[in-house]
Design a protein around this ligand. Sequence first.
Ligand code: HAM
Length: 416
Amino acid sequence: MASNEFQPLQGMSDIQAPEVYLWRMMEERARAVFASYGYEEVRTPVLERLSVFQRSLGDTTDVVKKEMYSFTPSKHALAMRPEGTAGTIRHLAGRGEEGLGARVFYIAPMFRYERPQAGRKRQFHQVGVEATGEPNPLADAECIALQKNLLDAWGLAGARIQVSTRGEPSDRKPVAEGLRQALQPHVAALCEDCRRRIEENVLRVIDCKNEGCARVVDRIPSPLEFMGPAARDYLERVMQALSAMGIDVVVNPKLIRGLDYYVHTVWEISHAALGAQDALAGGGRYEIALGRKAVPGVGFAIGFERAIMALNACGIDGAQFAPPGGIWLVSLGEAALVENMKLARDLRARGIRCGMELDAKSMKAQMRKADRAGAEMVVIRGDEEIAKGTAVVKNMADGTQVELALENVLRDAQAG
Ligand code: HAM
């Protein structure tokens, strides 16, 4: 096998302690925030029919065209989910009436075959929500407020929220025509992909990261300028609700987002600590038609890996959320080894973290293990202590040592 046989695949990571403690903190606090807004958890499969993504994300988007892990094991082409919205709406659409007006969240791995770099992975993780229901500016504002709440609960400062609109479904045609006309004199300055995109899906030109294309986009009107009054009014009402809740956002009419299912409000959250891949999160209102009926909803997803980069830059890391070190039992002699196994069982039954060496080892070797395990307290027993029903208890922080009756050891362990 190659020398990298112990490495995960390119663009994928093993997540271990102490970083995993940060993941756990984020997951726990996310669950608490979602519960406070009445969202229920949903766990959909990693694999879906490819058509679920083609029909919802749009088959001319980069994600669908270039980044899907897809294969055809038998009759149907399948794909590993590149994002959480499509599968969630597939699930909610199948619940009929009950699926409308649902509020669900997910915390799950996603897969995109992208060129890996800092903050851009092939397996990454999203925490996201979807709230189905007819368009309502207050629902969109509430969704942004929820997302802000979550970032605050993680302790993340310095996130910047940009908002725009994709307009009503009826705005699509005038927007596309307006943009095509505006781009016409600049075609020569566009990249090859964008020259094709003008006809295929002109909004993708506005979203292109190529520098030459970005310069052209700076000089043409924004999509908002081709929209009717209903779209502007809707955005205005979202902004008013956000302002009433004291949530700072900036309107960026050239914010497009990379997926085609959006209508009305779209937003993106960025953080200066992220560099080139500065989008920490994205969201918006959408309409997804998988069956005959379109499901309207609003939602967002935050990338865990990028949120962690931003949290690290704010001085927040996994070590700060390490579980308490617990108790280490030191056994001097065979009898103590067996007695300590019983004591360990009693401590663990009380939910107390506790470790011990299962082979007879020297006191020094056992103390070294206790230290490595980060134990806060060491309980030492030999034949003498067992005969008396006591134990020597050492506080690892200050090095003090006392001999206590066994029941007091249990009492103190539980209290502390
Ligand atoms: P998205 O903007 O494609 O939106 O992804 C949301 C977030 O996932 C990004 O802001 C980023 O933090 C993270 N992300 C995306 N791709 C990668 C990658 N290759 N490596 C690391 N992180 C990544 C969606 O996925 C929509 N489903 C959001 C949504 C939910 N809209 C409505 N409901």
